[in-house]
Design a protein around this ligand. Structure first.
Ligand code: NDP
Length: 311
């Protein structure tokens, strides 16, 4: 029997995803699949899901085989006790490319000191050439799909890159570290730190007053990971003290970032509104449908979340 696929995301996303999902289903030989925003729960086989949808109780979905998340971040769903079936997160080549562009762009901005040129058109000729990338150490906290892609792009430009992950890793051309000693070393070596960790209990306040103090004076931070990775007050204090030169932040503990949050007005902070890497409907639909194809073939799902670890 063709599978019933429930699209459980905000209604406006339906217009964005319906056609690419249909195209991907057709291409995967699943032309007969029923894809809709409303299907009787007991008839649903797969749930294409965005955590900000109205669906929060999975109990009635008695025959569903998997929840296929449209987002890479899963912190809003891992704790859902009604979810007892496999949960796959989004790993989307379009999203990865977008994150790589964001990270490279903001790292290059800080590395080249572009603000000085863009905002300092003051008639003074001050020929301070920036160092080469080979002299600017970048540490990437989180060496998963997104961290690794960014690391590869930055090493390609000549930056010496250190990556930090939960478990040990070996990656050509990148120094790899793990564990709490590894974090300390990664931060001591971070002229620029890029945060691409998930939001889990273990990653909260990865950058705290204590760990920020390990970074070299004048270091930069780029955080497109999650807002919880940074202790906001500690970051503001480190910026005010001149210890951290600038932080580019795409993600926040509360989103949208409240209008009265000090990050908006701080000269050492650039706020971007969670735009580093959107899920791209065409490529994401192919990933979702590949998992449906696997589910129908009895093959293991891709990109399963380890809910004990929270990512
Ligand atoms: P992955 O799951 O592929 O990678 C996560 C990485 O973090 C892994 O290297 C993992 O280590 C590491 N990690 C997890 N917990 C710890 C820990 N306690 N200590 C040290 N390292 C840890 O995720 P992605 O790369 O796909 O995405 C990363 C995050 O980026 C997402 O969780 C999301 O929060 C954020 N994101 C932001 C977007 C935006 O637009 N701003 C868009 C998409 C994602 P190990 O390799 O050992 O498992």
């Amino acid at each position: 029997m063709p599978p019933n696929i429930l699209f459980a995301a905000r209604p406006e996303r339906w217009d964005t995803y319906r056609a690419p999902l249909r195209t991907a289903l057709d291409a995967a030989g699943l032309r007969q699949a029923h894809l809709a925003q409303d299907i009787a729960p007991e008839k649903v086989d797969y749930i294409v899901y965005a955590p900000n949808s109205d669906l929060q109780d999975f109990t009635p979905y008695t025959r569903a085989k998997a929840v296929l998340n449209l987002w890479a971040g899963v912190e809003a769903i891992t704790g859902n006790k009604t979810l007892r079936i496999p949960l796959a997160r989004m790993v989307d080549p379009g999203m990865t490319a977008s994150m790589t562009e964001y990270v490279v762009g903001h790292v290059m901005r800080h590395h080249l000191g572009m603000d000085r040129d863009i905002m300092g058109q003051d008639g003074r000729w001050t020929p301070d050439a920036p160092p080469l990338a080979t002299q600017r150490r970048v540490s990437i906290l989180g060496l998963g799909t997104l961290g690794l892609a960014a690391a590869r792009a930055l090493t390609g430009l000549g930056f010496p890159v250190t990556g930090w992950s939960r478990g040990p890793k070996s990656v050509d051309g990148i120094a790899t570290l793990h564990g709490s000693d590894g974090l300390r070393e990664a931060l001591r070596n971070a002229d620029i730190a890029v945060l691409l960790l998930p939001d889990t209990p273990a990653t909260e306040n990865t950058l705290s007053a204590e760990t920020l103090a390990l970074m070299p004076k004048g270091a930069f931070i780029v955080n497109p990971g999650r807002g919880t990775l940074i202790d906001d007050d500690a970051l503001l204090a480190a910026l005010d003290a001149g210890h951290i030169a600038h932080a580019t932040l795409d993600v926040f503990r509360t989103e949208p970032l409240p209008r009265d949050h000090p990050f908006w007005a701080h000269p050492g902070v650039t706020v971007t509104p969670h735009v580093a890497a959107e899920t791209r409907p065409r490529t994401a639909s192919e990933i979702i449908v590949e998992n449906i194809r696997r589910g129908e073939a009895g093959a293991p799902f891709l990109h399963l979340v380890d809910r004990t670890q929270g990512y």
